[in-house]
Design a protein around this ligand. Structure first.
Ligand SMILES: NC(=O)c1ccc[n+]([C@@H]2O[C@H](COP(=O)([O-])OP(=O)(O)OC[C@H]3O[C@@H](n4cnc5c(N)ncnc54)[C@H](OP(=O)(O)O)[C@@H]3O)[C@@H](O)[C@H]2O)c1
Length: 142
């Protein structure tokens, strides 16, 4: 298993506590970091056959008033563009594997939105059509 995240020390501690686990630094908000992490993971672990898009952030908001633009952009970039970009970076590699999987971590709030986390709920709902498109189009990637 290869884990990723922004906090180098946290990754190192987790890997040390879990023999056999590996880590790659990644900021899913940054397209350059995604490209670099994808290159690294495919080079170091050519048998990689699964991608779990788990990184997600949730902030309280009130979309009936002015919202904090930076928080909204960060939430959409992390929760929606992150999985889209990460999948795009690895999908051709995954399609070459005998069997492979892409898992996007959504939320019940994508089905039953929470009024005080409307932006978050929207990003989780938006992952669902992407998943459906992959399921119907890709034979190797379920
Ligand atoms: N907790 C719940 O009740 C719940 C319910 C439904 C769905 N979910 C979903 O489950 C997933 C995990 O939730 P959680 O509660 O475990 O969250 P969490 O404890 O806050 O952990 C979030 C993880 O995402 C990583 N992350 C955040 N921003 C990142 C970025 N820009 N680039 C790379 N990694 C990033 C963090 O690592 P670094 O900070 O080191 O980068 C951390 O490992 C999320 O997608 C969340 O929406 C959670």
């Amino acid at each position: 298993m290869i884990i990723s995240g922004r906090r180098k020390e946290h990754l190192a501690d987790t890997v040390q506590a879990n023999p056999g686990m590996h880590a790659i630094e990644l900021n899913i908000e940054d397209p350059a970091s995604i490209a670099s992490a994808a290159r690294e993971v495919v080079t170091k672990y050519p048998m990689l056959n699964a991608l779990i898009n788990n990184a997600g952030i949730m902030h309280v908001d009130d979309v009936s008033g002015a919202i904090d633009d930076a928080v909204a952009v960060s939430t959409v970039t992390t929760n929606l563009l992150g999985p889209i970009r990460m999948t795009s970076a690895l999908v051709e590699h995954l399609k070459k594997q005998k069997a492979s999987a892409i898992i996007n971590v959504s939320s019940v709030l994508g089905f039953l939105p929470l009024a005080v986390a409307a932006v978050y709920s929207s990003t989780k709902a938006a992952l669902i059509p992407i998943r459906n498109r992959c399921v119907t189009s890709l034979r190797a990637v379920r």
